[in-house]
Design a protein around this ligand. Structure first.
Ligand SMILES: Cc1ncc(C[n+]2csc(CCOP(=O)(O)OP(=O)(O)O)c2C)c(N)n1
Ligand SMILES: [Mg+2]
Length: 633
């Protein structure tokens, strides 16, 4: 009995000791974990490795397919920033926008099944505009795969087209290193989309380095862009064609973005005019007198004339697709420069195809060119450019009900802040972006050039702001695109704007209650009247909605108020939605109206277009401007 008196003390002692040991183990594990002495999880390794590759921001949305990765992002916040979007498509658009406005790889993250599927449209946008984007997606646990499990989608197959250069599923931790290294490097070298699929159970396993044995892969990091210059003999052939041409036309695209000085030098030597493909809008400022502006359906008349009358074509870094806007086959001798051999000689039967970096290739070409003494062709181009700007101004000043969209863009053009970053959506705004905005040196601009999808305008602007926090992005977006996704993008802006170094960001919404670009396409291409059931869209209070979210919201519905509304929007102390109530009857006319298009348009009128009278009035006003004499000052 005597001994029983000590038992309670002994039990207390044991309990305290066990607790102490547990506490010490826990503290030790935290310590080891902090200094990576203990094994790292696959997810932590992923974030670490991406960080080492230079990734500082990931756009995404959570789900149980990627909870392990989310945990690692939370633990490593100081290394890689996670930006939460409203829809995975926006994450992919933002990754693409990041790539477009920084030249770096954009990264987006989505959960298995539905999240991964939502990424697709944004990824195709990146792929088609040749942007390096890595998509990381979750997948069901390895043991469930092939079991028709919930949210189990054959992701490798789903992404096989959009990420055909590289899409792989991790099946073991030791694979992670080379999957990340390859996804990053291939995205950069091929300027395309790559994808890593990571089953959710792998994400929490300990990362393992590949064993040094047969059947393992030991990859490394780094990539530097090489110098790619064509052979001298090919440069000489190209120079001889360009030197013998009398009327040289140049066409530049996004691939010439880093070669502005060289493009100008070549144009000066050759006495050439320069048209810009949509994605090449920011290559050259529009105040150069021989820059004819955009080309194509959204383009200008001087670009059209340049191509129709030239005898020589030099195309640099562009895959502009519409052959009817290029010289007729046989009309011109032609030279193309592109970094990507696959893109050579597919738009026009070129006499010389030069595979190379545009800047370095032009630098090598310049010493072989002789200055054209006859400047008549150049003068002719400059005259037509000066006249065209007057036509555009006159078109912009024509009244409409209640506001002529061209007037908004014309007034915006004069007020564009230095170094702003312009993004446009696909819709009538792309026409006015392409034609009416005079871009200046130092600005950037992009849109969905090849996929021409609706909805990248707002997410591109958000990505531009995250990447360049002291600059002002300006998104130009239709009301259809706002209702499809843009309004939700405003919620993302409301969530983050106070974390930005400067708050300035503007979304210009063209509220025309219409899917206007397509309404006009139906009229001009099909000869059909407007189908109100498919084209009319509900009105929505965009500016008011912005104010509800704590942003600035300004609505303008009188032409005389446009200037002041723009001044207020551009100087707002928070992100701003400027809603312009515009007239859908102002036609985004192609630069030349072909006989077929005119006939189709007439047919839509005869078939009883509901807006016949207003439409004819506005079309007449714009078309007539092209034929009135405008005298260059
Ligand atoms: C995702 C997607 N759906 C449909 C289209 C076809 N489309 C191109 S422009 C356009 C109209 C856009 O309307 P809105 O955003 O209101 O701009 P608006 O032309 O009226 O200025 C449509 C439907 C597309 N390009 N992308
Ligand atoms: Mg619209």
């Amino acid at each position: 009995m005597e001994g029983n008196r000590y038992w309670p003390h002994a039990i207390d002692f044991i309990t305290i000791s066990v607790r102490g040991v547990i506490f010490m183990c826990f503290s030790l594990s935290l310590y080891l974990d902090k200094f990576h002495i203990m094994a790292q999880s696959v997810s932590d390794f992923l974030i670490d490795r991406l960080h080492e590759w230079g990734v500082r921001r990931i756009y995404g949305y959570p789900g149980d397919g990627i909870n392990g990765i989310m945990g690692a992002l939370n633990r490593q916040k100081e290394k890689v920033d996670f930006v939460q979007v409203r829809h995975e498509e926006d994450a992919a658009f933002m990754a693409c926008g990041h790539a477009k406005f920084t030249g770096e790889v954009g990264v987006c993250l989505a959960t298995s099944g539905p999240g991964a599927i939502h990424l697709l449209n944004g990824l195709y946008d990146a792929k088609m505009d040749h942007q390096p984007v890595v998509a990381i997606v979750g997948q069901q646990a390895r043991a469930a795969m092939g079991g028709s499990y919930q949210q189990e989608v054959d992701l490798a197959n789903l992404f096989k087209d959009v990420a055909h250069e590289f899409v792989h599923t991790a099946t073991l931790p030791a694979q992670m290193r080379h999957l990340i290294d390859r996804a990053m490097r291939i995205a950069k070298t091929e300027r395309t989309v790559t994808c890593i699929i990571i089953p959710n159970d792998i994400q929490d396993l300990d990362y393992e380095e590949p064993a040094r044995q047969h059947g393992t892969v030991h990859s490394g990091m780094n990539y530097s862009k090489p110098s790619i210059i064509p052979k001298l003999a090919d440069l000489q052939k190209a120079a001889s064609i360009l030197n013998s041409g009398k009327k040289v036309a140049m066409l530049v695209g996004a691939g010439a973005m880093m070669a502005a000085d060289e493009v100008i030098m070549v144009a000066d030597l050759l006495g050439a005019g320069i048209a810009k493909a949509l994605l090449g809008k920011a290559v050259l400022p529009d105040d150069l007198p021989y820059v004819t502006g955009s080309i194509g359906l959204l383009g200008t008349k001087p670009s059209w004339d340049l191509m129709m009358e030239c005898d020589t074509l030099l195309m640099i870094g562009s895959s502009f697709p519409y052959s009817e806007f290029l010289p007729k086959e046989g009309q011109a001798k032609a030279v193309q420069i592109d970094i990507d051999g696959k893109m050579l000689g597919i738009r026009y039967p070129m006499d010389v195809n030069l595979q190379g970096d545009s800047k370095e290739t032009l630098q090598a070409l310049i010493p072989l060119l002789t200055r054209k003494e006859d400047r008549g062709w150049r003068k002719q181009i400059e005259h037509s450019v000066a006249e065209w700007w007057e036509v555009l101004e006159a078109r912009a000043m024509k009244s409409a009900d209640p506001i002529n969209p061209q007037r908004v863009f014309w007034e915006l053009s004069k007020r564009l802040p230095d170094n702003c970053i312009l993004t446009s959506d696909s819709g009538s705004s792309a026409n006015w972006f392409a034609r009416d905005l005079k871009i200046r040196s130092g600005m950037m601009a992009s849109l969905s050039g090849n996929l021409a999808t609706m909805c990248p305008g707002v997410p591109y602007a958000i990505a531009a702001k995250f990447a360049h926090q002291d600059r002002m992005p300006i998104a130009l977006v239709g009301d259809g695109a706002m209702q499809m996704a843009g309004n939700n993008g405003l919620v993302t802006i409301a969530k983050y704007w106070q974390t930005w170094k400067t708050p300035r960001l503007m979304i210009l919404v063209l509220n025309n209650r219409d899917l206007n670009q397509v309404t006009w396409e139906q009229r001009v291409m099909e000869g059909d009247p407007k189908f109100e059931g498919s084209q009319d869209i509900p009105d929505f209070p965009y500016a008011k909605y912005a104010r509800m979210l704590g942003l600035e919201g300004i609505k303008v519905d009188k032409e005389d108020d446009i200037g002041e509304a723009l001044d207020n929007a551009l100087s707002a102390n928070r992100p701003v939605v400027l809603e312009a109530y515009t007239d859908p009857n102002v036609p985004p006319l192609p630069p030349h109206i072909s006989f077929k298009q005119a006939r189709m348009f007439a047919s839509s009128v005869i078939k009883g277009d509901p807006n016949t009278w207003e439409m004819i009035k506005q079309t007449y006003k714009d078309a007539i401007e092209s034929y009135l004499p405008h005298h260059s000052k």
